[in-house]
Design a protein around this ligand. Structure first.
Ligand SMILES: Nc1ncnc2c1ncn2[C@@H]1O[C@H](COP(=O)(O)OP(=O)(O)OP(=O)(O)O)[C@@H](O)[C@H]1O
Ligand SMILES: [Mg+2]
Length: 244
């Protein structure tokens, strides 16, 4: 569903942010990318969304080459970022309705809007409140609702759980499982190794723009993910346990 081929980004002719990235996310697969600050996660997402142009290489969604056919490609992609952009003076329901229409939906009933807002765990009293009164986690939930409404084949999530409380985080993983069941491909970045371990079919570890390691579900369950991550990202080898 989602595929990159030697995808590369160099900023200002000297910052190699993403280096010849080759990865694939199948239908109904959850691919989680881990990597330290500045590893190139957001840059990768931005290229997949055609927010920025690759320096070289390319990417595909549903076999559509994203940089060449950005409008066609966007129909298949939905995106939630760390800081969801919403209309502050609109209510949650108005925002959802607005973005659904922007995403190509013709008419959407209030019942469907409310069902989706409920699905992401917003309390009913919040449906008709202006978004400027929302907490970060509430805005993020609304962002996820917008994604669901789009019915996209591939969903890109850049640190989607960073503003969620523990219950929100757990609810969110369940939502991802539901989307996966429906055949949606999910490409998500996070700093949360534990959630990654719980949900990912594949984990990729990005170090200074290079995909250093990919783990299958089997390997994720077998390996000590935290130790592996530290080893790759920080070149850190844990000391032998010398405690008596
Ligand atoms: N607009 C830009 N202009 C120049 N350099 C940039 C730009 N955006 C990102 N970079 C650089 O590209 C590299 C990758 O950054 P990116 O934001 O993709 O990392 P990230 O993995 O998302 O990090 P974080 O975990 O902090 O969100 C970094 O070295 C960063 O400084
Ligand atoms: Mg980032």
């Amino acid at each position: 569903m989602l595929k990159t081929r030697d995808l590369t980004k160099v900023y200002n002719e000297n910052v190699l942010a993403v280096n010849k990235l080759n990865l694939k996310v199948e239908d109904g697969e959850i691919y989680v990318v881990l990597g330290g600050n500045g590893a190139g996660k957001s840059t990768t997402m931005s290229m997949l969304l055609n927010f920025i142009e690759p320096t070289s290489g390319t990417a595909f969604v549903n076999d559509i080459e994203i940089p060449k056919f950005p409008l066609e490609a966007k129909k298949h992609l939905a995106y939630v970022s760390e800081n969801v952009e919403l209309y502050r003076n609109f209510t949650a329901r108005q925002n959802l309705s607005f973005f659904a229409k922007l995403g190509g939906r013709k008419s959407v009933s209030n019942a469907e809007l409310d069902a989706t807002l409920g699905r992401v765990g917003l309390p009913e009293a919040a449906f008709t409140r202006r978004v400027k009164t929302f907490s970060k986690g509430m805005r993020q939930r609304l962002g996820i609702a917008i994604t669901i409404m789009k019915n996209a084949k591939a969903v890109l999530l850049d640190e989607p759980t960073s503003g969620l409380d523990p219950k929100g985080g757990a609810d969110f993983l369940n939502l991802l499982r539901e989307l996966k069941e429906e055949g949606t491909s999910i490409f998500m970045s996070t700093h949360d190794i534990f959630r990654a371990k719980e949900i990912a079919d594949t984990i990729g570890i990005l170090v200074q723009g290079n995909l250093e390691l990919e783990l299958t579900r089997e390997e994720i369950l077998k390996e000590n993910l935290e130790a592996l991550y530290l080893q790759y990202v920080a070149g850190y080898t844990p000391k032998a346990d010398t405690a008596a």
